[in-house]
Ligand binder design. Structure first.
Ligand code: PGA
Length: 231
């Protein structure tokens, strides 16, 4: 099965570097690629060779919310995907499950496909709470909503940007758990957290993994192309 690649550039790259990124990827297109640049660079990175995905959005459509970008505005710009509940939003910007739920609701209302990010912290993993944390995050984000299009990204917080990854068995177990939880739908589950050139092949060989969400290793477009070729 074809696996989905999502590149999360986070708050990296200058406008000049984004122009360079665009031309390299346009010359070596990756099927179904989604790129999540800083909101500042969405317009600059637009292309018919891949799709753009916002890193976040605000759940109220418009109003006095200085500094925010709403899903309504993103959709108006032609953006059809957004990450929601990334662990950096949850942990650095204190977004709780209820805010994540409001954001999912706003994405649906505005016709944006959310990529809901879930995952346990190191201490939660050590306490054996991985499955209960993920279940709570998914249930709060999705309950009471009619959601036709959504992707889930399993990103253990302790694996993001650390070079650490769960074992292949552990990734598989969590992905199967998530698919079981949402068994009445056919939902893609991506893995994220320190995906790089040396582990992408093994991770993508797991049956229950429908794709990867790549942070640091996606900031260099040539690296991203190499990862796609390995995958
Ligand atoms: P990483 O980040 O690949 O740098 O660990 C992944 C993410 O935060 O989505």
């Amino acid at each position: 099965m074809k696996k989905q690649m999502v590149a999360n550039l986070k708050m990296n790259l200058t406008a000049e570097e984004i122009r360079n990124y665009k031309s390299i990827i346009e010359n070596n297109p990756i099927p179904d690629l989604l790129i999540c640049p800083s909101s500042l660079h969405l317009e600059l990175l637009k292309s018919d060779k891949y799709q753009l995905c916002s890193q976040d959005g605000y759940y109220i459509d418009k109003g006095a919310y200085t500094g925010e970008n709403s899903f309504y505005q993103l959709k108006n710009l032609g953006i059809n995907y957004s990450l929601v509940g990334h662990s950096e939003r949850r942990n650095v910007f204190n977004e709780n499950d209820n805010v994540v739920s409001l954001k999912i609701e706003s994405c649906i209302r505005n016709g944006i496909t959310p990529i809901l990010c879930v995952g346990e912290k190191k201490e939660e993993k050590e306490a054996g709470a991985t499955f209960s944390v993920i279940e709570r995050q998914i249930n709060t984000a999705m309950s009471g909503k009619t959601i036709e299009n959504i992707l889930i990204a399993y990103e253990p917080v302790w694996a993001i940007g650390t070079g650490l990854t769960p074992t292949i068995e552990d990734i598989d177990k969590v992905h199967i758990f998530i698919k079981d939880l949402l068994k009445d739908r056919n939902i893609k589950v991506l893995y994220g957290g320190s995906v790089n050139l040396s582990n992408i092949k093994d991770i993508c060989n797991i049956n229950s993994v429908d794709g990867v969400l790549i942070g640091g290793a996606s900031n260099n477009p040539n690296n991203l192309i190499d990862m796609y070729n390995i995958m």
